[in-house]
Design a protein around this ligand. Structure first.
Ligand SMILES: *[C@@H]1O[C@H](CO)[C@@H](O)[C@H](O)[C@H]1NC(C)=O
Ligand SMILES: *[C@@H]1O[C@H](CO)[C@@H](O)[C@H](O)[C@H]1NC(C)=O
Ligand SMILES: *[C@@H]1O[C@H](CO)[C@@H](O)[C@H](O)[C@H]1NC(C)=O
Length: 306
């Protein structure tokens, strides 16, 4: 029974997944939307392994699905690094696996699989393959190719600036255990310090000594670059995306992204709209979200009927 209920919880938590309205690779109709998807997700701090899209044979395809049969093993160390650092800088697909007898290039699996003996760790930085490090093992996937947990972060500096958006978890270094831990929140008002509220800048803003849900006019700081951008956001109160666009005087206001130009459509809608070449307009990607929802509900009912 315990197993069953935790399984149910897993399924239910998928229903609440923030990404349910976001476009999938397969839905994207233009090469521009397809090829900018990965970069845009990264700018918004929203990468996951389902998001690596590439344009091939006049279609937008999911790279991870496509690559499942392709092996990295024939590549030399230099070629392997070239693939990871030059071609797929944001989500490396191949990684050099060091072993005492030399090692080989393999399809990237997950950070924890990359363990090194102490004399070899000097030769590789976990960060080259997009991972943090705990002792002689890579951990915590910066690129979101796998689920991320605060406990996988090995150093205090990174820990204290990490916010796991999909789980609404703020990571915090525990000075007595010298480990990275974290805490969850549900609403902006649960955050009581300006620092934590700023970390959750995607959803919240600090105003009059309180953490409140943000509005379009409170722009968001772009991940890494920190520049202020007018971009749509997910409301924790209404559990829906609030669509923000910049009007002609440069103000960030709530509005349908339908007025957006082809190159603005997907990014400013926080990847929830796409440029539809049939209608030559910016249209929502709602449909798959709904059908996924139905699928999940069906599975839940099936489990209950067991
Ligand atoms: C640090 O970890 C200890 C042991 O798990 C725990 O009791 C304590 O509450 C933690 N401190 C913080 C600030 O989270
Ligand atoms: C842009 O939005 C602001 C704030 O709502 C409004 O005052 C301004 O008139 C708008 N400008 C245009 C050109 O619509
Ligand atoms: C594009 O628009 C057409 C016509 O409204 C619609 O049938 C189609 O489903 C849309 N495509 C996507 C991927 O949203």
């Amino acid at each position: 029974m315990i197993k069953l209920s935790s399984f149910l919880y897993l399924l239910l938590s998928q229903i609440l997944c923030l990404d349910q309205w976001q476009c999938t690779c397969e839905q994207l109709m233009t090469e521009f939307d397809c090829m900018t998807q990965q970069k845009n997700r990264f700018k918004l701090g929203e990468i996951d392994q389902s998001s690596i899209c590439f344009w091939y044979q006049e279609k937008c395809q999911n790279l991870m699905n496509f690559l499942s049969d392709v092996s990295c093993t024939s590549l030399s160390n230099q070629e392997c690094s070239f693939i990871s650092e030059t071609l797929f800088t944001i989500n490396p697909v191949c990684a050099w696996y060091y072993k005492s007898d030399g090692g080989q290039c393999t399809k990237f699996t997950r950070c924890q699989d990359y363990k090194y003996s102490s004399e070899l760790i000097a030769e590789v930085e976990c960060s080259n393959i997009g991972c943090n490090r705990i002792k002689n093992q890579c951990s915590f996937d910066y690129r979101g190719r796998q689920e991320q947990y605060c406990s996988e972060i090995g150093d205090q500096k990174i820990c204290d600036i990490t916010f796991l958006k999909d789980k609404l978890t703020i990571c915090k270094w525990n000075t007595s255990t010298k480990k990275c831990g974290g805490f969850n929140f549900e609403q902006c008002s649960d955050l009581t310090t300006e620092y934590n509220c700023d970390l959750a800048n995607t959803f919240c803003r600090w105003k009059d000594q309180l953490c409140v849900e943000r509005a379009c006019a409170d722009k968001e700081s772009e991940y890494k670059s920190g520049s202020q951008i007018c971009v749509s956001f997910y409301s924790l109160t209404t559990k829906q995306y609030v669509q923000c666009v910049e009007n002609k005087s440069g103000d960030c206001i709530e509005s349908d992204p339908e007025s957006l130009l082809p190159y603005q459509c997907n990014y400013f809608s926080r990847l929830t709209y796409l440029w539809n070449t049939t209608t030559s307009s910016c249209t929502p990607c709602l449909y798959v979200g709904h059908s996924d929802l139905i699928k999940v509900v069906v599975i839940v009912l099936f489990v209950i009927s067991l």
